[in-house]
Design a protein around this ligand. Sequence first.
Ligand code: AMP
Ligand code: MG
Length: 308
Amino acid sequence: MEHIQKAVEKLASPRLRAAVSIQTTLLSSLTNLMREEGMMQLLPVMVSPITDPLSHSVLEGSIKYGSIELQLTKSMILHKQLALASGLEGVFIISPNVRLEHPERGSTGRHLLEFSQLDFEMRGRKMEDVMRFSERLLAQAFSDVKKRHEKELELFGRELRIPSTPFRTYDSRDLEREYGPDWERIISSSSKDPVWVTNHEREFYDAEDPDKPGTFRNYDIIYPEGFGEGLSGGEREWEHSRILYRMEKKGMDASPYSAYIEAARMGKLVPSAGAGFGIERMLRYVCGVAHIEEVSPFAKVPGKEIIF
Ligand code: AMP
Ligand code: MG
């Protein structure tokens, strides 16, 4: 009963109203810039035979349609790549993702079982293009929030900084050498503005540098003040042989991805780079709150009772 009362009180609170109005401004600033850039908006895919394999373990989420098993979307990465086959220069989606994170992630303050990404992909672009564009998106969106939501930010006691660009860039291997496995927390807590961390070995679709095998052309935004990761992206593998090679190297079973692999074999995947901002995490940072659930009306926190 107490849980239900708390959930209802949160829904009825001025803080939640303030958070949702800030979120509305964030989304309109970000997507307007994408439209100005000539990018086209896709509608979300929510179920498909394939989804992002992710580089960390989550509980499996799928539904049955007759005898067919459909995955709940973990991210639209593979669909973004496929959508560029039509000749579109760039695409974006406000994409609902279901990731059944392990219960211990409930205490990180930044994991939900369902969340939304502002996910985008640009044909023929390189990592530096996406990094500069993402910085521009954040600076513009934060400055619009500051202009329009003085009262709401005050309610959260938040002094929001407009980050100066370009953000500082670190290589994950250098950070790991200097700070050990806890580098993300350390670099986040000691920074005033968001920073980039590049070169992560993760999913098969993030491109390996052809000139430096073992180095990866991908990147994360780490928010400052201990808020941690807010965006991940990369240049993509798109050639049939490279996709097969990367899947094999990761020891993946390629068979569930046969249609995607066939599209690559037909030459329909194109070079691209992109990224996805976690919307709830961005809002958490902008409002400066400890837990993402404070700014998310129907938050599902791993390991906690689910009310709405
Ligand atoms: P990923 O490609 O896995 O890094 O996801 C892209 C972005 O989505 C991350 O940088 C986060 O901002 C956000 N995100 C990922 N997982 C979660 C989660 N469980 N809850 C809330 N946001 C998430
Ligand atoms: Mg990530």
